[in-house]
Design a protein around this ligand. Structure first.
Ligand SMILES: Nc1ncnc2c1ncn2[C@@H]1O[C@H](COP(=O)(O)OP(=O)(O)OP(=O)(O)O)[C@@H](O)[C@H]1O
Length: 570
């Protein structure tokens, strides 16, 4: 973020300079009017009038030029800031989404948008004019003390009205944005689940919900707009009244012989300019506060990331996995999904994770590949905790096939190559190993077929098999498959079994979740999860051997890879 500020610093300096010159030039009209009234009319000098008018014309031209330059500096400032921080912010938001398991981390981009719009908009300009208000007041005081006091009173009234607007409207605007966000969420869901809504006649009910949220948002927006407009009308009246009130006061003072006649015109300009600055600055104040809040949040995000610091590069792992006293909580709750999970998997083995629905199998595999960080305990790959790895470096050594396979918009080759540089030979090898090469060749454009949004142009089975090819692309050390055969036919299942054999032969560690008994024949180890803890763990034969009933004597033989904490749970 500091880099972003550094990038816009030259533009900020230009902005200050332009504001200084523009405000100085605004006095040209005042001086011109006073000179014409007090000097030209009394001396009747046409030459002086022409000279003064030419000077004023030059001042007006300079004002127009400087305004255009200031607008251009503003636009460049917003873009420069965005360019400097957008890439880093993308990485940060992505990491935060994984860490906090929240999907609403996109607020960081809304914050960047708010800051960019603020810096690039006209909203920032009046803030640079604010330091000139005391100068206007001093000029008014120098003309006459009563004029100075009247000017100050006018400023106070404008500030009170602006604060009133902000105070009374804050609740309205908050409610409007809450309902607008809800209405947007409903729209997103409706477009994502259009088929389900249509088939099961859920559209009318959903429509009612959306209309209610949309209507509430509009209602609160309207209330806020009415109030703002009412206060703006009062402000407009007050601005006009101030200009003419100051003229009336200076005319009275001129009649009393306390000021010259030209002061009437001068004070009209100064009053108008001063109230104009106060009014536009105060109307932009909430925008400024929002931008400042957004900037603060962004800065906190960047600072937190800096405190993590760079991580050491670790060598390519062999694939040994150690899970030690692992416990994981559900997002935003103190409820543990997994607790006291401990086991070790030697490199180059296949482990099947089984257990009833909701036992925590998917949660466990998410921890195994570092998507979710442990709340307690540790998950180690070749002895190093996953959190000690640089995320991108670790990703090269991991393969993951999630339960619901989401392919990304792009070609099949790009998806298999994980959107990195497409290595044709490696893509082909991964596809052949996953047994999907023939399937891909049947598609209209082969490996160059566009998979559509989320892979929608492919069947569930095709997506799953391409997802498997993506998981094993680049020869990772650890491959984690969450129900890899849930959408597969007999041919697909045979291909999966063959792929697992080959991976095992290569020394790749494989962990797969399954509900199908036939897959267990491929496994070296079986881990049974129940209610978030390890119910059983051991070699396939050990786990598949029926446990002795309580009346039978207990086998006095711990599983070879069992850890002490696991021995208590199994
Ligand atoms: N993001 C989440 N927020 C809150 N609770 C969650 C979240 N993800 C999972 N859980 C809870 O954790 C528990 C285990 O879920 P998990 O998906 O790991 O089970 P599973 O064994 O893989 O089930 P299945 O076989 O049905 O896929 C469930 O009770 C689930 O409600």
């Amino acid at each position: 973020m500091d880099r972003g500020i550094q990038a816009v610093r030259p533009a900020l300096v230009h902005l200050c300079l332009f504001s200084l010159l523009l405000n100085l030039l605004s006095f040209a009209t005042v001086i011109y009017t006073m000179q014409v009234f007090d000097r030209v009319l009394s001396t009747r000098s046409i030459n002086t009038l022409i000279s003064l008018t030419v000077l004023l014309l030059l001042a007006c031209a300079a004002t127009a030029l400087l305004s255009a330059c200031r607008d251009s500096a503003l636009r460049r400032m917003g873009i420069a800031l965005d360019r400097e921080v957008a890439g880093d912010l993308y990485d940060l938001v992505y990491a935060e989404t994984l860490e906090t398991r929240r999907l609403d981390t996109m607020h960081a981009f809304r914050d960047l948008e708010t800051v960019r719009q603020f810096t690039a908009s006209q909203a920032i300009a009046p803030l640079f004019d604010l330091p000139w208000i005391p100068i206007y007041v001093v000029v008014a005081f120098s003309l006459h003390v009563w004029l100075g006091l009247a000017m100050m009173a006018a400023i106070v009234v404008v500030l009170v009205l602006a604060l009133l607007n902000e105070f009374l409207n804050r609740a309205n605007l908050d409610r409007a944005s809450q309902h607008a966000a809800q209405s947007q969420r409903l729209l997103d869901t409706a477009s994502r689940e259009a088929e389900v809504l249509h088939v099961m006649a859920m559209v009318p009910g959903f429509r009612v919900q959306w209309l209610a949220a949309h209507g509430q948002a509009l209602g609160w927006q309207l209330a806020a707009a009415h109030l703002s407009k009412a206060i703006a009308t009062v402000l407009k009246f007050w601005q006009q009244f101030t200009s003419f009130g100051l003229v009336a006061l200076s005319a009275y003072l001129a009649i009393q012989g306390q000021v010259s006649g030209g002061v009437m015109f001068a004070v009209m300009f100064i009053g108008g300019a001063c109230i104009g600055v106060v009014q536009s600055a105060s109307s932009q104040w909430p925008v400024f506060l929002r931008a400042r809040q957004s900037y603060g949040r962004l800065q906190a995000l960047f600072r937190a990331a800096e405190s993590v610091g760079p991580r050491m590069a670790l060598p390519r792992p062999e694939g040994r996995v150690d899970v030690e006293g692992l416990a994981v909580t559900a997002p935003g709750t103190p409820h543990f999904i997994l607790s006291q999970v401990s086991f070790s998997l030697p490199a180059g083995t296949v482990t099947a994770v089984v257990g009833p629905s909701g036992a925590g199998k998917s949660t466990l595999v998410r921890c195994l590949i570092g998507i979710w960080a442990p709340s307690l305990g540790a998950v180690r790959l070749d002895g190093s905790e996953l959190q000690h790895w640089e995320a991108d470096a670790l990703g090269q050594h991991l393969g993951y096939l999630p339960q619901s396979v989401e392919l990304l918009s792009g070609t099949i080759a790009q998806n298999i190559a994980r959107f990195g540089p497409v290595d044709d030979a490696a893509v082909l090898a991964a596809a052949q190993l996953a047994g999907v090469h023939e399937v891909i060749q049947q598609l209209p454009r082969g490996y160059d077929t566009d998979v559509g949004e989320g892979g929608s142009a492919l069947s569930g089975g095709q997506r799953q098999r391409i997802g498997l090819a993506r998981a094993i692309y680049g020869d990772p050390a650890l491959v984690v498959l969450d129900e890899p055969n849930s959408n597969l036919d007999a041919v697909g299942e045979a291909a999966l079994a063959q792929a697992l054999e080959v991976l095992k032969g290569r020394g790749t560690t494989c962990v797969l979740i399954t509900h199908k008994a036939n897959v267990l024949t491929l496994a070296d180890y079986i881990l049974v999860l129940k209610d978030g803890t390890v119910s059983r763990f051991g070699t396939r034969d050990e786990v598949l051997t029926p446990q002795p009933t309580p009346s039978e004597p207990k086998a006095d033989r711990p599983a070879p890879m069992l850890r002490p904490s696991l021995a208590q749970t199994s």
